[in-house]
Design a protein around this ligand. Structure first.
Ligand code: SF4
Length: 247
């Protein structure tokens, strides 16, 4: 997972949000959606075999740390974030310490992740809300998470799935790219819209792990500039992969 929505992006995502999680209705699938659901189930099975372990690539021990990491990961690699967060937690070991810190103090440490000022500002504001309203805990509902400073749908989904083990679909850059290439969505780039389409065709309990596997596959095989279709376990069922078989 490489990026997280910033405050502006998060606000936009919030307004573009699909239906609330607890209230999502089941509607009959169209013929096209049924076909894409079949495809999704096959993709899930194959990627499970390819990547038996589906884990977040950001290091964290506590829920609030994942909130911090996912904000730092905007336009930054997970590896860089994982280098920086131990320094941050050495100086500010808990929510209360981060909430009490000035944003400038946080910025000093997180600057190597890029966008230091806005990330520090969001982290500070978010930790202050956790401290003031949630007794230093991370709230457990999607809507409460989404209301936190700097937290967009992608980050909220990640927390729901990884921390609370609830159904989640994290539409990061890998997920969006792979879903379009494979044919699970059709030329849709907007994260909230991709998420909405995927909710229709992916079993809720599979979403979170599938998105982690998309990240692994997007790094190992389906790399951004030159997908290695010849080495891909999805080639015969992938929309783009099949075109390369005909060459
Ligand atoms: S077949 Fe090619 S485009 Fe499709 S998922 Fe595999 S690497 Fe990506």
């Amino acid at each position: 997972m490489k990026t997280a929505a910033g405050k502006t992006g998060a606000a936009a995502e919030k307004t573009a949000a699909g239906k609330k999680k607890g209230t999502r209705k089941k509607t009959a699938l169209t013929k096209d959606e049924k076909i894409r659901k079949e495809l999704a189930l096959e993709v899930i099975e194959r990627l499970k075999k390819e990547y038996p372990i589906a884990e977040c690539t950001l290091d964290y021990e506590k829920a609030w740390q994942l909130l911090v990491s996912v904000r730092l990961a905007a336009q930054c690699t997970d590896a860089r974030v994982d280098q920086i967060t131990p320094l941050l937690y050495e100086k500010f070991p808990d929510v209360a310490a981060l909430a009490a810190a000035e944003p400038e103090e946080i910025e000093e440490i997180v600057r190597p992740c890029g966008l230091g000022r806005s990330k520090a500002r969001d982290i500070s504001a978010c930790m202050r809300v956790l401290h003031d309203q949630y007794d230093d805990h991370v709230p457990e509902t999607f809507e409460e998470l989404l209301a936190l400073p700097g937290v967009g749908r992608k980050s909220a989904n990640l927390i729901m799935g990884d921390v609370f083990g609830k159904p989640a679909i994290v539409t990061d850059t890998h997920c969006i790219r792979l879903c379009n290439l494979i044919g699970l969505v059709d030329n849709i780039k907007e994260p909230a819209k991709v998420e909405r389409e995927l909710w229709k065709i992916i079993p809720p309990e599979e979403g979170n792990d599938l998105c982690h596997r998309f990240v692994h596959h997007g790094r190992a095989v389906c790399v951004a500039r030159h997908p290695r279709c010849g080495a891909c376990c999805l080639r015969d069922i992938c929309r783009h992969g099949r075109t390369t078989m005909e060459e």
